[in-house]
Design a binder for this molecule. Structure first.
Ligand SMILES: CC(C)(COP(=O)(O)OP(=O)(O)OC[C@H]1O[C@@H](n2cnc3c(N)ncnc32)[C@H](O)[C@@H]1OP(=O)(O)O)[C@@H](O)C(=O)NCCC(=O)NCCS
Length: 184
């Protein structure tokens, strides 16, 4: 939790709400790779498309995440080398992997990319001897909650007014599971 306190106030203001029609991307193959500082510009553009409720991390925050020795950051790329999804985790001193952000481009959603990133993370945490993963999610973000439940997370507690706009969050946790990590 202490780790997240460091970065959670670096959100930038909410973007305006507009209705956009999402045309699904053509079928492509995907692969998971480390996310690095070289990806920063493309990552920031994708981040703004994923988060429209004021949860957008700034360049400073992503630079912090991408340069911390205790951070694990991954991207899913398409066959033509575009970032379709991203995931950042900070490993706390208590030996827990704290998922700080995950996003998938709207045109690539419901293709299992987030599930794949979380499976990849499971393996990475397991390889480092990390036994649990934790995250926070808005109580209204039911699609993300469904994802996390599908990946083995359960709600540990409700966090009153956790977000800057006053919305409550859920803290969700999961054990890092060898068989799930192997299956990823
Ligand atoms: C949440 C998010 C990362 C999911 O990415 P995704 O690649 O589309 O998710 P997946 O395809 O791996 O979904 C895996 C499972 O999660 C659940 N799920 C994912 N999106 C869902 C949705 N919109 N509605 C209901 N269930 C959903 C389903 O159980 C799904 O399995 P299924 O497609 O077989 O039914 C993506 O919607 C996103 O980037 N949202 C905006 C950013 C965000 O809210 N991030 C989380 C902050 S806590």
């Amino acid at each position: 939790m202490a780790v997240l306190e460091v970065i959670r106030n670096f959100f930038v203001p909410s973007a305006s709400r507009e209705i956009t029609v999402i045309i699904p991307a053509p079928p492509t193959s995907y692969s998971v790779h480390p996310l690095t500082e070289k990806d920063l510009d493309e990552l920031l553009r994708l981040n703004f498309r994923c988060f429209k409720d004021g949860e957008n991390y700034t360049k400073k925050t992503f630079t912090y995440l991408l340069t911390q020795p205790n951070a694990l950051c991954y991207k899913t790329i398409t066959a033509n080398n575009r970032i379709a999804g991203f995931l950042c985790v900070l490993v706390g001193e208590n030996g827990t992997g704290h998922i700080t952000t995950i996003g998938v481009a709207p045109e690539h959603r419901r293709r299992g990319l987030a599930e794949r990133l979380l499976g990849h993370l499971d393996q990475a945490l397991y390889d480092r001897g990390i036994s649990s993963a934790v995250l926070e999610v808005r109580v209204t973000n039911t699609s993300a909650q469904n994802l996390y439940r599908a990946c083995g997370f359960t709600v540990l507690q409700r966090l009153p007014a956790y977000y800057n706009d006053g919305e409550d969050g859920f803290m969700m946790v999961k054990p890092v599971n060898f068989s799930q990590a192997e299956a990823a």
